[in-house]
Design a protein around this ligand. Structure first.
Ligand SMILES: [Zn+2]
Length: 279
């Protein structure tokens, strides 16, 4: 690892998006002592079946801080209303200022091919900011950076008009318990809202241990799909043995609108990946 800590900025739409879509990478960064900031572009005030508005925002803000504290990251909720996020100039300029002041080495966000309009909106805003962040006359109150970040999108299952390309793939088979603990901090989501929304609220057990086991099973099912789908990329990265054995994975697609992920940047930002796969 480099002497100067790396800086990872995740610009998700909702307070649990970073942990859910990029938990494995967050764990690598925080364990190595790098600086990680988890931003929710919205206030999270729409993600529940019985709560809404400020009381829910307060709960979600607490949950986001608890998850961040668990791994030594920081969390921030922006005040844009949940469920109503637009790729506005205001959002784009907030993203530009955030990138220029936080000075990330790597930025993660959502793709613009995604079921949720809030995900699409922040994904679009980050895409739009990726070049403009280099233009000094845009948001001149926040000076441009000496080195622009690599921007990547987090994994999703959507295919139209184009599926995710796994430019970087992580074998996270051993990380399920840690990712489960991170996601469990967002209790209002993983034990209430998401099961309700998916008509499985009755399946959520009571009791802390049983709930964690249940959530681990849910996350296992989800993260396994990326290992199956990107098997060739896992083998190319980790070699035939580990690549074939990997049970869980997370993948990222590098944006072509920001700094490229050349060999140096790959070694720097993903230092934990094998230099060359074991044959
Ligand atoms: Zn979300």
């Amino acid at each position: 690892m480099s002497a100067v800590p790396l800086r990872l900025l995740i610009l998700g739409a909702h307070p649990d998006d970073a942990e859910f879509h990029a938990g494995g990478l967050i764990l690598h960064y925080t364990r190595a002592g790098h600086v990680v900031k988890l931003v929710s572009a919205t206030d999270g005030g729409a993600g529940h079946q019985t709560l809404a508005g400020p009381p829910l925002t307060e709960i979600r803000s607490r949950e986001a801080r608890a998850a961040a504290q668990l791994v030594g990251a920081t969390a921030e909720l922006w005040p844009f209303p949940d469920g109503r996020l637009e790729p506005s100039l205001e959002l784009r300029e907030r993203v530009i200022r955030e990138i220029r002041t936080f000075r990330p080495d790597l930025v993660l966000t959502h793709r613009t091919c995604d079921y949720h309009p809030d995900h699409r909106a922040i994904g679009q805003a980050v895409q739009d900011a990726s070049y403009l962040v280099t233009v000094p006359s845009i948001c001149p109150d926040a000076p441009i950076l000496r080195r622009d970040p690599v921007v990547a999108t987090m994994n999703d299952r959507f295919t139209r008009p184009t599926p995710l390309r796994a430019d970087v793939i992580l074998d996270i088979t051993d990380e399920l318990p840690a990712i489960t603990r991170l996601c469990a901090c967002h209790a209002s989501q993983f034990f209430d809202w998401l099961p309700f929304n998916q008509q499985q609220l009755d399946a959520v057990p009571t009791g802390e241990v049983a709930r964690l086991d249940w959530l681990a099973g849910q996350l296992h099912g989800y993260l396994r799909t990326y290992a199956d789908r990107f098997r060739a990329e896992l083998i190319a990265t980790y070699g035939p043995q580990q690549g074939a054995a990997a049970g869980l994975a997370q993948a990222f697609e590098i944006s072509e609108y920001a700094a490229p992920l050349d060999a140096d940047a790959r070694r720097r930002l993903f230092w934990f990946l094998p230099e060359a796969p074991t044959p």
